[in-house]
Design a protein around this ligand. Structure first.
Ligand code: KIV
Length: 258
């Protein structure tokens, strides 16, 4: 049972790697849970993977609440994390609390929000009000317009120093986990070692306490370009059209129904 966040902290102390994958609906959530993933993330990447958008900016809180609810139905053991989408939390702690409460009521065990130092007050506010928070730093996709695209972060000494300081400040504010995306592996190791709370990495090398990948990248269902750091374990985009074409062929050639 990995729903308990304290078990993640224990795993970090014992040097055991934890696993996370995104899911956006009931069948995939059920399969990921049954496969033994420690955590399932209802990521706002659903804007790209499910809705076909170029980035995550158009995902609404209503959509996140809906997807969290249907994913929760398929999850028995894994820790369920849900993203606060762009525009639902940045105005301040009270707005963030209202949004996070909706995701918790939909079934999330913990919410994730993007941003470093400017989010410290919000993380403290949520943490003091019964809402566990994971802070997402580095390449935060909701800032792509500021970054000028999906670009690796923390590459200069100044940027790396800022990320180190932000991670500690977010932990001190009460963040129970810190997710680091697309930062140099050595920096991810340094931050992981400096924190008592577990770190989750994506495109941040092997040195974080846990790893997360996007479901569609792992299953070969990302029909656009998957990031270079992802690993595809099955070519779903080849297998599934073949099955669909076989079905259509069976109908046309009168092999189905019998
Ligand atoms: O939305 C998402 O899927 C994420 C992962 C990339 C970590 O935030």
């Amino acid at each position: 049972m990995t729903k308990n966040i304290a078990l993640w902290e224990k795993a970090k102390r014992e040097g055991r790697k934890m696993t996370m994958i995104t899911a956006y609906d009931y069948p995939f959530a059920r399969m990921a849970d049954a496969a033994g993933l420690d955590s399932i993330l209802v990521g706002d990447s659903l804007g790209m993977m499910v809705a076909g958008d170029a980035d995550t900016m158009r995902v609404s809180l209503d959509q996140m609440e809906y997807h969290t609810r249907i994913v929760a139905k398929g999850v028995a053991k894994a820790l369920l994390m849900a993203d606060l989408p762009f525009g639902s939390f940045e105005e301040g702690p009270a707005q963030a609390f209202a949004a996070a409460a909706r995701l918790i009521k939909a079934g999330a065990d913990i919410v994730k929000l993007e941003g470093g130092a400017p989010m410290v007050e919000t993380v403290a506010y949520l943490s003091a009000r019964a809402i566990p928070v994971c802070a997402h730093i580095g390449l935060t996709p909701q800032h792509v317009r500021q970054f000028g695209g999906f670009k690796r972060q923390g590459k200069t000494p100044e940027a790396a120093a800022r990320l180190r300081v932000d991670a500690l400040a977010l932990q001190d504010a009460g963040a129970r986990m810190v997710l680091m995306e697309a930062i140099p592996p050595e920096l991810a190791v340094e931050i992981t070692q400096s924190l008592a709370v577990p770190t989750i990495g994506i495109g941040a090398g092997p040195g974080t306490d846990a790893q997360v990948l996007v479901l569609h990248d792992v299953l070969g269902l990302n029909l656009d370009r998957a990031p270079g750091f992802a690993r595809q374990y099955v070519n779903g985009a080849a297998l599934m059209p073949a099955a669909l074409a076989q079905y259509a062929g069976d109908v046309r050639d009168k092999r189905f129904p019998e």
